[in-house]
Design a protein around this ligand. Structure first.
Ligand code: FEH
Ligand code: ZN
Length: 345
């Protein structure tokens, strides 16, 4: 089968011909119906110094995946043809953290453990081997794998961050979303559907701000040096209860730090490599800063329920697998509104 792979650090991805995996006991072979192009992939391919992540290369890209059960190993009771979303952060499944469903924070695997598309073979291929049926969630009726793929990361990741901020997102509180790309346009919809907050969307691109508006943002702010002043004005000086930084650069973290209210929360979600200095007199009193990673298994069920209800819809542009490198180029050029999804077959 054809697969798009990370072949070396600081290198463009390349196609390779690989054997179709055979599912062993407990495993499931999924025929891929959609694999999202995440901005993190661009950091992996081009920005991270060799050695930062101790992943063996090459591996097939694609960590947000959906498709159909194709074949199952011994002991798995799933019907071939069942449409499924793939939960990405595979934990051990048995530690105290995994027992709560928070496999994204598995206590028993080391820091940058390998999962599909991140150190192990991912979904930018015709088939994806999933190590356990517990990582598969059946898709609601009417949701295609290509539409569902971004929900497994681009929606699950901000859903998890927003859930962490729930205690400060009381009715009428303000939430700021910085970066209205794949994650951001879904973050706005999730805030709209699950909180009664005022939503301020921040981005540099007018098209991205337009997308935020159609997703339910109340206010649009250009991500310039004075973005924090606009947030302060819109909140009558108080600042925002929660700021989701989906970019994570020095510039956006600075906007986050200057926009947050006393007692508020900054959620760092983007892999932009920036640093946020935190100090008693340099940070508003009572602020908590939380770097988050992906989301929990129960939260993926909740995300799919929001989609089934019509409260969450990924804006998707699709590319055939044969043109997956063009999809990566388009994401790098910043010309894709919402999410780019690679569709094999
Ligand atoms: C990928 C690689 C490293 C950190 C975070 C990510 C996310 O895109 C996964 O959601
Ligand atoms: Zn991702």
């Amino acid at each position: 089968m054809r697969a798009l792979r990370l072949v070396a650090w600081h290198h463009d991805p390349e196609f390779a011909e690989l054997p179709v995996p055979d599912p062993g006991p407990g495993q499931v072979l999924v025929r891929v119906g959609g694999a999202g192009v995440c901005h993190s992939d661009l950091h992996l391919l081009h920005d991270f110094p060799p050695g930062l992540l101790d992943w063996p290369v090459p591996f097939t890209l694609g960590h947000e995946n959906a498709g159909w059960v194709h074949a199952v190993g011994a002991g798995v009771d799933l019907e071939p043809g069942l449409p499924v979303a793939v939960y990405g952060p595979w934990g051990c499944g048995t530690c105290r953290t995994c027992a709560t469903g928070a496999e994204n924070y598995c206590a028993s695997v080391p820091g940058n453990w390998t999962v599909a598309g991140l150190g192990a073979d991912g979904g930018m291929a015709e088939y994806l081997l999933v190590p356990s049926a517990r990582f598969l969630v059946p898709l609601p009726d009417g949701l295609s794998p290509a539409e569902a793929a971004p929900l497994t990361d681009a929606a699950l990741t901000p859903y998890h961050a927003i859930a962490k901020a729930r205690s400060v997102l009381t009715p009428g509180a303000t939430a700021v979303v910085i970066g209205i790309g794949g994650l951001g346009h879904l973050a706005v919809q999730i805030l709209r559907a699950t909180t009664d907050s005022e939503i301020i969307a921040v981005d540099t691109k007018p098209e991205a701000l337009e997308l935020a508006k159609t997703c339910g943002a109340d206010h649009l702010v250009h991500a310039s040096a004075c973005a924090e002043d606009a947030v302060r004005n819109l909140t009558r000086g108080a600042g925002a209860a929660a700021v989701l930084d989906l970019v994570g650069s020095d510039a956006t973290l600075s906007i986050a730090a200057r926009s947050v209210a006393k007692g508020g929360q900054i959620l760092i979600v983007g892999l932009g490599g920036g640093v946020l200095p935190v100090s008693l007199l340099g940070t508003p009193y009572g602020v908590s800063v939380t770097p988050t990673y992906w989301g929990t298994r129960p939260e993926l069920h909740e995300v799919l329920r929001l989609a089934a209800r019509g409260d969450l819809r990924a804006e998707v542009r699709t590319w055939p697998l044969s043109r997956a490198t063009d999809a990566y180029a388009a994401v790098a050029a910043g010309t894709v509104p919402g999410r780019a999804v690679v569709v094999p077959g």
